[in-house]
Ligand binder design. Sequence first.
Ligand code: MRU
Length: 365
Amino acid sequence: MSSLLRQQRVHAVWWEDDGEGAAVCLLDQTQLPAEVVHLRLRHEQEVADAIRSLKVRGAPAIGATAAFGLCLALARLLREQGEGLTCAAAYAHFLKVAELMRGTRPTAVNLFWAIERMQRCAERLAKEEVAPSYLVQQLQAEAQAIVDEDAQACLRMGELGAELLQDGDHVLTHCNTGMLATMGWGTALAPLYIAHRQGKRIHVYVDETRPVLQGARLTAWELSQEGVPLTLITDNMAAYFMAQGNIKAVFVGADRVTANGDVANKIGTYGLAVLARAHQIPFYVAVPRSTIDLSLASGAHIPIEQRNPAEVTTIRGVSIAPAGVQVANPAFDVTPNHLITALITERGIAYPPFADSLRQICADD
Ligand code: MRU
């Protein structure tokens, strides 16, 4: 199965170092599916803006992007200041950029997890007063390790999750949790890709995912790239298809899972979980370890991002609501643990009671 890693055709973010210096490269997700546009970002501010504006999005992908953004910031400083740069000044700049990255989006814990991991590495090297060029090199290696480990985690979630799928299953998914959202095959989409490659005839119902349409624009696009059969539906059609007996399971990802197994994910996920329970359909959440936040007791403590009302009042720049109308735009909701059948992680499948199974999953840290 490991050759599958090399067969991945879509990449959300990667690092390049060319004649002009280092760059964080992104597939601009705001342009999909109309155009495949690759961005080469050369300043940390551009990286932060790209995360905020959803050019790159999805919990593991924004963590990896922030890690690359920190490397970019120090590589740029080193290029500008050369011999004059001290380790202490480089570390001080690192801390400033870490704050910039932390301020981009509040809900996905992977962002904070990746920045924390980079900061631990930078702090250790700063204490040793290493040469700034060595600091940059080691930070790049750490960021690449975050990327590689996420790709491996996706593959493992895919293999474990595929075992839950039978030939001919129709499943429903929400938002985008695939190659565009991670450094590998995805979280909730990975089992579907792997099952498809194993020859199981899987059919995916894709929620369009208002207001930003990650399902319609991104999931439908990347499943099509891989030849996975799909049907795109609007968010309010899910109950109809469940009632018809068409849906065998729901697969979603998450931006943060708390110690008791509550799950924050794209707005609309909670509603799907309620519907799945009403129709006795299994509700699976696929998450890498980096999405599990044992420091929070329950979902009530998860900060929920409130986004620009224009995302609700316009579609692709066209107004669909009266000017000045009052709007709410929470980007995520919290699904309580009792609605979740299982959490698929790279370390195994966690079943209720999640307080116990998650503690076990995280025991190896
Ligand atoms: O606002 P987004 O597009 O970053 O939201 C993404 C999601 O909600 C995904 O379902 C989530 O990150 C988990 S899967 C990678």
